[in-house]
Design a protein around this ligand. Structure first.
Ligand code: GUN
Ligand code: ZN
Length: 436
């Protein structure tokens, strides 16, 4: 390596940990107890390794010492709704009632530019406080809500995906578009934002019950016309929802088939929830190489059901983790890991520290087709990372002191952590959030 590569490079020293691939397939969690992550002056990873060896090779680097904190890739939240921030933790209902009572009224306010901007600012600040550096985000039906979100994301130099909700029925008048207006508005937003700075567009029909077949057809046409955009929607979250889809689309074999018949099921598709899939749907998801956003906080909070990770693995379906705020009751991907662990325990499955960290980082990047640029510390990737304090609370410190090895320390930190454990969030090496 030429010495010039290290000009202006910064070495972050701590317990460096990242996933090189899915730990299900082998020993892919790499960690360096006294490690260093070297970031170049453009914000890209040069190398991760042992401090002693690297400092010998690169003696003149600036060093930022994070002590016994973990240095891990920034979390990737593959499914979240920014306009629902204000209705997080709303009492007492399940999906359809929850949408009508809380969600739709909150989304109506996002036709206002000022409200959308202040909502986007608050939301992004909250993501950074929680160590989330990339998210795939639902806006509302209003194009202005997408403009506000991408504008604020670009100001922070964040790698983000977002889309305007397409929704032409079964919602209040102020939240409806039409098949043709949703097509035109989405196409204009793709032209304006997709691939600009660190931003990508996701075509975002809300879910089958709020779109006519004609509108879903337009969503499919957009995917054909813009092959690098993503498809982001909900699938098979709640039994009442699934029955409703059967009534609305009697000619389809099942819920996934509704999307399939409109050209929405492929390798760029991410389906939130996917809790109650039948065998045919699982098989089709695997064949199509579509991905799932597993949202345990939301699935428990709005009483939707228990996701089956073992089945996703069996059918070769890429799984990622997501908060689904405001159905989910926390912005913290550490809380998501914690609740995910418990959901899997309920069906006799396990989620160890290596797999949990993978799902929250590289797994999310793979689901979103971003694993060439983020998700771990491979050379050349964008250095979005978090510094996680394993002794953030008295109880965490107590547990840490009684942990006898790296696995225990990491597992307890992932299980017990939340925003209090996020000491720093760095975007392309630059400090974007500091706890203290
Ligand atoms: N299904 C359709 N819309 C929504 C939403 O906003 N949140 C959740 N959790 N599920 C949905
Ligand atoms: Zn959702």
């Amino acid at each position: 390596m030429k010495p010039s590569v290290f000009k202006g490079a910064v070495a972050h020293r701590g317990v460096v940990v990242h996933a090189l691939d899915d730990p299900l397939k082998g020993d892919y969690l790499q960690h360096f107890d006294d490690g260093i992550l070297v970031v170049d002056s453009t914000g890209h990873v040069i190398e991760a390794g042992y401090a002693a060896q690297m400092l010998e090779r690169m003696p003149d680097m600036e060093i930022v010492d994070h002590g016994d904190c973990f240095i891990m890739p920034g979390y990737i939240d593959t499914h979240i709704h920014y306009p629902q921030t204000g209705v997080i933790a709303s009492f007492g209902s399940q999906l359809i009632d929850w949408l009508n009572r809380y969600t739709f009224p909150a989304e109506l306010a996002y036709d206002d530019e000022e409200n959308a901007h202040s909502g986007a600012h608050f939301f992004i600040n909250e993501l950074l406080r929680n160590g989330t550096t990339t998210a795939q985000v639902f806006a509302t039906v209003h194009p202005i809500s997408v403009d506000a979100f991408f504008t604020v994301s670009r100001e922070h130099n964040l790698r983000m995906l977002c889309g305007k909700v397409m929704m032409d029925r079964h919602a209040p008048e102020g939240l409806l578009d039409t098949p043709s207006s949703s097509y035109e508005q989405t196409a204009a937003l793709i032209e304006k934002w997709h691939g600009k700075a660190r931003l990508d567009y996701s075509v975002t029909p809300r879910f089958a019950p709020t779109s006519t077949s004609e509108q879903l057809g337009f969503a499919g046409r957009l995917l054909e016309e813009y092959p690098s955009v993503r498809l982001h929607t909900h699938l098979s979250e709640n039994h009442q929802e699934i029955e409703w889809v059967k009534e609305l689309f009697p000619k389809s074999m099942d819920y996934l088939d509704v999307y399939d018949q409109h050209g929405l099921v492929g390798p760029n598709s991410i389906f939130a929830h996917s809790i109650h899939l039948n065998e045919r749907e699982w098989k089709r998801m695997g064949e199509a190489q579509s991905a799932i956003a597993f949202c345990p906080c939301s699935n428990l909070f709005i009483g939707s059901g228990l996701f089956d990770l073992a089945k996703a693995d069996r059918y070769g379906v890429q799984t990622s983790l997501a908060t689904d705020v405001g159905g989910g009751d926390s912005f913290s991907m550490l809380r998501v890991i914690n609740e995910g662990y418990k959901v899997l325990q309920m069906s006799g499955q396990n989620l160890n520290a290596a797999r949990a960290l993978y799902l929250a980082t590289l797994g999310g990047a793979k689901a979103l087709g971003l694993d060439n640029v983020v998700g771990n510390f491979e050379a050349g990737k964008e250095a979005d990372f978090v510094v996680v304090d394993p002794k953030a609370t008295p109880l965490m410190a107590h547990r840490y002191a009684l942990s006898s090895n790296f696995d225990q320390r990491l597992f307890a930190t992932l299980m017990m952590g939340d925003d209090r454990a996020i000491k720093e969030t760095r975007i392309m090496g630059v400090l974007a959030h500091q706890r203290d």
